[in-house]
Design a protein around this ligand. Structure first.
Ligand SMILES: Cc1cc2nc3c(=O)[nH]c(=O)nc-3n(C[C@H](O)[C@H](O)[C@H](O)COP(=O)(O)O)c2cc1C
Length: 316
């Protein structure tokens, strides 16, 4: 079985991490990925504390394997973060800023810190702050991200990271991507878009079908997202979302002044609450072009690892 040192650190069998999906419920997906030997994640955005606690309890009921709980600065929910520390997941993953104070709190509680970075400056901050794992996220990625491509960012961060493991994210959807990431010096991958189109993920079939049908050029960066998404609470680093196109996305790109936050935000939140939101902002990466079938998360993990092993064995 393909294993790298980060597997030992995180207590997993194969170096495949499922991305957190902000407010979308992904407990079943996280369980499936963790049970398959990877690392499942759950997001915390927008959900109230009672709902998050119910999700974590369900997760713990369904698996004893390691998982990560994610937070971001859009915005940071201090109450949910404190509850996460009490929950003691294997790792806290974080995106959109490097919060030195929160890293120290996690470490004091014996929780590993997985820091997603979008460029070299942020990677330097994360390494200085003592992050245990760095996720180098290229601009191909679905969701909030930067501009630097995965192919450039991963080796750049690996060169800076010394003994700190680096995972590659953005544009990876199969074993070729995992093999390539390992060749670039990463110790594994984080996949988002590939796992969105999995049987266990709670988003709508319509969204999954759009991923199967999409070309890379059907995903676009969405400026002016502050008109519809929560504000950044620690605005040192600002990501820009990448999504599939919708009428809202086109308006945000071309005529942002026509988007009325008072009308859109409640509708968006209501839709996300029931697993939709794809009619407004379907966060999706360029790797949609590589996703042709909805599969179970366990099959995705096994196939990605098997394909990478075959490629690497062949090249060795
Ligand atoms: C629907 C969706 C929601 C996301 N939400 C979050 C999030 O809340 N926190 C986070 O750290 N990353 C989030 N991401 C980004 C992922 O962590 C990861 O960087 C990205 O999915 C990797 O690129 P890929 O989609 O090409 O696999 C999200 C991605 C998607 C597709």
């Amino acid at each position: 079985m393909l294993s790298t040192p980060v597997c030992g650190l995180l207590g997993i069998e194969v170096p495949v991490v499922c991305a957190p999906f902000g407010p979308w419920d992904e407990v079943d997906l996280a369980v499936a990925v963790s049970e398959a030997g990877g690392l499942g994640s759950v997001g915390t955005a927008v959900r109230g504390l009672a709902e998050l606690k119910a999700q974590w309890a369900r997760l713990r009921d369904l698996t004893e394997r390691p998982f990560a709980i994610n937070h971001t600065t859009r915005p940071l929910d201090e109450e949910a973060f404190a509850a996460t520390i009490e929950q003691r997941p294997t790792a806290i993953s974080f995106h959109l800023a490097v919060p030195v104070d929160l890293i120290a709190r996690a470490h004091d509680a014996g929780i590993l810190w997985i820091q997603q970075v979008m460029d070299a400056r942020m990677a330097a901050e994360a390494l200085d702050a003592g992050a245990d794992v760095i996720v180098a996220q290229g601009g191909e990625a679905g969701g909030q991200g930067g501009e630097v491509s995965t192919l450039v960012l991963v080796p750049q961060v690996v060169d800076m990271a010394g003994g700190t493991p680096v995972l590659a994210a953005g544009g990876i959807a199969d074993g070729r991507g995992l093999a390539a990431a390992l060749c670039l010096g990463a110790q594994g991958v984080v996949m988002g878009t590939r796992f969105l189109a999995s049987t266990e993920m709670s988003v709508s079939d319509a969204w999954k079908q759009r991923i199967l049908d999409a070309d890379a050029t059907d995903t676009v960066k969405v400026p002016h997202s502050e008109r519809v998404l929560p504000p950044f609470s620690r605005p040192s680093v600002l990501g820009t979302p990448r999504t599939l196109r919708t009428p809202l996305v086109d308006t945000l790109r071309e005529h942002p002044e026509e988007v009325d936050p008072a009308r859109i935000v409640p509708r968006l939140l209501e839709a996300i609450g029931r697993g939709r939101g794809d009619e407004y902002l379907p966060f999706t990466g360029q790797s949609a072009a590589l996703v042709h079938e909805v599969k179970s998360a366990g099959d995705i993990v096994r196939e990605v690892v098997h394909e990478a092993e075959t490629i690497l064995g062949r090249s060795a």
